[in-house]
Ligand binder design. Sequence first.
Ligand SMILES: NC(=O)c1ccc[n+]([C@@H]2O[C@H](COP(=O)([O-])OP(=O)(O)OC[C@H]3O[C@@H](n4cnc5c(N)ncnc54)[C@H](O)[C@@H]3O)[C@@H](O)[C@H]2O)c1
Length: 271
Amino acid sequence: MAEGKMKERIALITGAARGIGFATADALAGEGATVVLSDILDEVGESAAKKIKERHGESKARFIHHDVTSEEQWIAVCADINKKEGGLDVLVNNAGIYITAPIETMTIGDFQKIMDVNVKSVFLGCKHAIPLIRQRASRWKGGGAVVNLSSSSGIIGSPSLAAYCASKGAVRLMTKAVATECGSRKHPVRVNSIHPGFVDTDMGEQSSALAVSMGVAKSAEEARRFTENLHILRRVASAEEIARAALFLASDDAAFMTGAEMVVDGGMSAR
Ligand SMILES: NC(=O)c1ccc[n+]([C@@H]2O[C@H](COP(=O)([O-])OP(=O)(O)OC[C@H]3O[C@@H](n4cnc5c(N)ncnc54)[C@H](O)[C@@H]3O)[C@@H](O)[C@H]2O)c1
């Protein structure tokens, strides 16, 4: 069984059936945390949890169905974790969606959907998980931790991404607001955001397809090159590279970081 810097911590990672969420759950479990993976994709989520159990120990992971847009489900998930795991130390608000369309044609339905999944979820997560996290937070040098997945799109704008950029900008500033609130109430909970560029996941592929639909690339191959060249490092990130940033922010290594935005974008937003 894994021993490490997250030993004895309990973490909830939303949208963890695949992609960055799965890689983060795996990284946290690899450092000794017990991880609860939540998602709306039940089959994929169950097999993701199984993989983590095989790698890190039978008691180290479980999957729970959880639609992050539902307040009822947040209440039920937090109560279930409190009962079964005995508390919570880390929340990674990772679940998110990506919908692209020019501002003139994007529907209000799609705008609302993106705000629900990407922003309302983070609000509900902070609202319902922080009361649980702060109960155990004084056990750890760096207190409890909330890590919110924003994006380089929460810092810079891009065409056809008005709703996505608005949602990730909201996550960036909600993170800072909640961090100040925890501080002023003397709750030992740190709240930080991560800002990836393009990441090699299902969502990353969706964003390459955008380059084709916008006519900036003629083929998937050309779109891939276009996307890679947006980064100073001329490649996209792996999910594991973003997971390492989440692990850092969740751990005591980041004990003096709160309200911060960690940019992990291969230099994409630097120019
Ligand atoms: N991939 C990228 O290029 C990239 C870049 C910057 C930021 N991000 C952000 O990182 C996070 C993870 O992205 P990813 O690339 O792993 O995406 P992904 O599409 O591979 O995974 C997202 C997960 O969220 C889940 N999800 C969607 N709606 C949900 C809901 N209502 N309730 C619960 N779960 C839900 C999906 O089922 C999926 O498992 C997202 O917040 C995304 O916006 C991704």
